[in-house]
Design a protein around this ligand. Structure first.
Ligand code: AMP
Ligand code: MG
Length: 421
């Protein structure tokens, strides 16, 4: 065979010029600083936002000691040890409309869930554990405990206590808690503005007709989809052709209006791949190669004050690199910290071929059996242009650099796409 001098490429398993995935991730996370600007938001719009103020409780939650059950409120000191006890029902307490009198010895008060505990009562017998033996007489047995079925004022949140710290990303439970405190609006951090565009002379927008050699631009749609699930302002700048002047202008415009600029395509070593030289010219390029598949050519740097990600053009590589690197960076921009990735151990349901040297992110489909045990298999052909491998998947299978192939039954780590918030 004729010998020629060849360059390292994504076809090589061992790739000494590229960063390891963990190094790239660390470098990216180290260069992001959180947005500090603040704005007030009404409670519903604050969902998913990051708090810019400490919330202290203005009141006790619950606000008053109340019943946790529908039943009968009574004096715990009267509970029978091993006998039965008849009690006269001398009134009724509703949630929002308590009993005004006090409960005398030998009596009880019919009480509904959430109603304030009547004076003199400290114990609730649930309705199902009381026997009606007359119009206004009940009988209870033994086995009860003083204080049962009672919720105490401030037992969830005492007045004056710190409920949420600055930097907290508000969940559905959190806005429920804020509502229970009567808080109608909160100070939040302004959310990240993310501008993105596709690059490539071959790209055509949906709704247009394809000429010979053209393809529809799909990356802007998957990017939009991934960004929509985060709490960010999305600025879609369309398709920019492989033209240096047009690209320079788009780079500058994007950096002016956004905290982060994401492009796709044009990051490889082809003759129309201008992302690297233009970032070098207008900003700072931190690195452009990661020993991973898919997604090896990934450009990361700064463009003015904005963070810059030049993602590869291949549709699967866009999604893999977004989830592994861009999303954590957006999380830091928004809140100061990246969420911990949920990883689950699963047994491979078939052999997986791989050579040691680079990190591979396969698109996988996991299943969980009745005992909670996970199995996983790759979703068919794994080419970086095969977007169906991604839409059929429900997880990434992580095969780190040192992994040299997986035998059926071996344990691998998977990263599920969906997890309850
Ligand atoms: P590039 O990195 O520009 O060489 O692109 C790599 C591959 O991804 C080529 O086959 C492109 O046609 C394809 N590609 C680039 N951008 C897009 C896009 N926005 N939508 C779909 N495919 C794309
Ligand atoms: Mg291109």
């Amino acid at each position: 065979m004729t010998e020629i001098k060849i360059a390292i490429s994504c076809a090589d398993a061992s790739d000494t010029k590229s960063l390891k995935v963990s190094q790239a991730r660390q470098q990216i996370l180290d260069s992001v600083s959180p947005i500090q600007a603040e704005e007030k938001k009404p409670l519903r719009s604050a969902l998913g936002r990051v708090l810019a103020e400490t919330i202290k409780s203005p009141l006790d939650v619950p606000g008053h000691t109340n019943s946790a059950m529908d039943g009968y409120a009574m004096r715990g000191e009267e509970l029978p040890a091993d006998d039965t006890l008849a009690l006269k029902v001398s009134g009724t307490a509703y949630a929002g409309n308590g009993y005004n009198g006090s409960c005398e010895p030998g009596c009880c008060i019919r009480i509904m869930t959430g109603a304030p505990m009547p004076t003199g009562c400290d114990t609730v017998i649930m309705q199902e554990h009381a026997e009606r033996i007359g119009d206004d007489v009940i009988r209870i047995g033994s086995g009860h405990r003083t204080g049962q079925n009672v919720r105490y004022a401030g037992e969830d949140i005492p007045r004056g206590s710190t409920v949420f710290e600055v930097g907290r990303t508000l969940t559905p439970a959190d806005i429920g808690i804020l509502a229970s405190l009567g808080v109608a609006e909160v100070k939040t951090r302004v959310r990240p503005r993310i501008a993105f565009f596709s690059t490539g002379d071959e790209l055509v927008g949906v709704g247009e007709t394809l000429a010979e050699g053209e393809i529809y631009d799909s990356n802007r749609y998957s990017l939009y989809g991934m960004l929509r699930r985060l709490n960010v302002d999305i600025i879609d700048m369309g398709v920019i052709p492989d033209d240096q002047d047009a690209l320079r202008k788009a780079f500058k415009d994007a950096a002016r209006i956004a905290d982060m600029v994401i492009t796709s395509g044009g990051v490889s070593v082809g003759e129309a791949d201008y992302t690297k030289p233009i970032l070098d010219e207008l900003g700072d390029m931190h690195f452009w190669r990661i020993a991973m598949k898919p997604g090896r050519p990934l450009v990361f740097g700064k463009l003015g004050d904005a963070l810059f990600f030049g993602l590869p053009g291949n549709p699967v590589a866009v999604m893999v690199t977004f989830y592994q690197f861009v999303q954590p960076a957006i999380e830091i921009l928004a809140s100061g910290k990246a969420k911990q990735q949920l990883m689950i151990a699963a047994s491979a349901s078939r052999d997986i071929r791989k050579r040691a040297g680079r990190f591979e992110f396969l698109r996988g489909l996991f299943e969980q059996d009745d005992n909670g045990k996970f199995t996983v298999a790759p979703t068919g052909t794994q080419g970086s242009g095969i977007l169906t491998s991604m839409s059929k998947a429900n997880c990434f299978i992580h095969l780190p650099e040192e992994n040299a192939g997986v035998a059926e039954g071996e344990t691998v780590l998977i990263q599920p796409f969906d997890a309850l918030i």
